[in-house]
Write a protein that binds this ligand. Structure first.
Ligand SMILES: [Zn+2]
Length: 415
């Protein structure tokens, strides 16, 4: 299986918006941008929602069938590891091998030495075509890189081999992800991580490093935009060079686990992939769920009341809901509106506060992030929530589609 040049990861917590999401991809195709959809869902999400990987598969298949999508599409076992992968094997054809937790884990001297002998030719001046100044790589640095990343890549190989043993090598796409960590990986580290990926025989088609800056859930990028541009450009060139030098899959590309809504850096990424004629995979995570709440807020009094209740409960349970996401959200509780205030809002006000339109006077990033992590509240409502979604599928679907197409795809591809 060979992943296409442009792919878009679309998360859908409650598995009701597959068609609306696919409509956004179809709209892009109509204006000449060929993107393949990848429905992604992590084990953590499945557990919170109490869904299972077959539900994501069914959702994707149904959307594709109903909209007569004939191009490829994928179902991503997102952020899996050896402990969680088995439930996904039969239903996914894209696996995000998450080895962030294995960065810095123990490796044998023999493995380090194997790597160091493979890396020896690149010690000293490392010239990456397209990057004006060579990097200077010392033997000490190579040892540090080995100790940091070898254990992680070895773990990725173990997961990869396990999936191969169950599915066969040609039946899925492998991504290696190290994004859920504090420190970004430098372009030089990326180069040697790719060498390790070769060393351990993983035919990865996408790689998700941690980029510089904060990628908080559902809100815009926070960080040094100039530095991001520089690193992203260098990463593209490093991958290009590594593919040729290490004979890696020629479609190997960056995967950006965006946490959604990185509007500021979308045009930068779009500009650079265009400049070098490269592909990209962008995961947009769970903002589809926010569009569901926005849709309900403007779908009449009863649905608005449900949206208000979701906020009130999330507000009450802030600590519990934010806990698992502490490193990827920034909410100042003092600025949050009280549930009593929100109960006075009409649907437009609620929607405008939640919808991510940068610069909109009513937009509130904290309100948005709290509801973003509050999907557990809706999961607990069960059918009360889902039946409301179904009842208002038209207005909700319109929000979902418009969000993916207008705010994501158009910004990334400059259309
Ligand atoms: Zn990620």
């Amino acid at each position: 299986m060979k992943l296409e040049k442009f792919s878009f990861g679309i998360g859908d917590r409650f598995a009701h918006q597959g068609e609306a999401q696919l409509k956004a991809i179809i709209k892009a195709k109509e204006v000449g941008i060929d993107i393949v959809p990848v429905w992604n869902k992590s084990n953590r999400e499945h557990q919170i929602i109490q869904s299972s990987p077959v539900d994501t598969r069914n959702e994707a298949d149904a959307a594709v069938r109903r909209l007569q999508w004939t191009d490829p599409y994928y179902v991503d076992a997102d952020h899996i590891n050896l402990k969680t992968v088995d439930a996904f094997i039969d239903h996914s054809n894209f696996f995000t091998l998450d080895v962030a937790d294995y960065i810095g884990s123990e490796v044998s001297e023999a493995e380090v030495n194997d790597f160091l002998s493979l890396a020896a030719p690149y010690e000293g001046k490392l010239v990456i075509p397209g990057i004006p100044d060579p990097f200077i790589v010392t033997s000490t640095e190579l040892e540090v890189i080995a100790k940091n990343f070898l254990g992680a890549v070895r773990e990725a190989a173990a997961i990869y081999d396990h999936i191969v043993s169950k599915k066969g090598a040609d039946n899925f796409i492998a991504e290696v992800s190290m994004d859920e960590v504090e420190n970004p990986q430098t372009p030089v580290e990326l180069f040697f991580i790719l060498l390790m990926i070769k060393q351990y025989g993983i035919p990865a088609q996408t790689i998700a490093p941690k980029f510089t800056g904060r990628f908080n859930k559902g809100v815009d990028y926070v960080g040094d935009v100039k530095q991001f541009r520089k690193e992203f450009e260098q990463d593209l060139l490093v991958i290009d060079h590594a593919v040729k030098t290490f004979d890696l899959p020629d479609n190997l590309k960056l995967s950006v686990h965006s946490g959604s809504d990185k509007f500021t850096i979308y045009p930068i990424m779009g500009d650079l992939i265009n400049k070098y004629d490269k592909g990209i995979h962008v995961k947009t995570a769970g903002t589809t769920w926010l569009e569901e709440v926005i849709g309900l807020a403007i779908a009449g009094e009863e649905a608005l009341q449900l949206a208000r209740t979701i906020y009130a409960r999330a507000h009450e349970r802030q600590e519990e809901l934010c806990g698992p996401y502490a490193t990827v959200i920034d909410i100042d509780p003092a600025t949050l509106p009280t549930p009593a205030e929100v109960n006075q809002w009409d649907g437009e006000k609620f929607a405008n506060t939640l919808r991510h339109i940068p610069g909109h006077p009513e937009y509130h990033a904290g309100f948005r992030q709290l509801i973003h992590v509050g999907y557990k509240v809706a999961a607990e409502m069960g059918n009360d929530f889902l039946s409301m979604l179904r009842q208002h599928s038209g207005v909700v679907g319109e929000q979902v589609m418009t969000n993916i197409y207008d705010r994501h795809i158009r910004r990334l591809f400059g259309i």
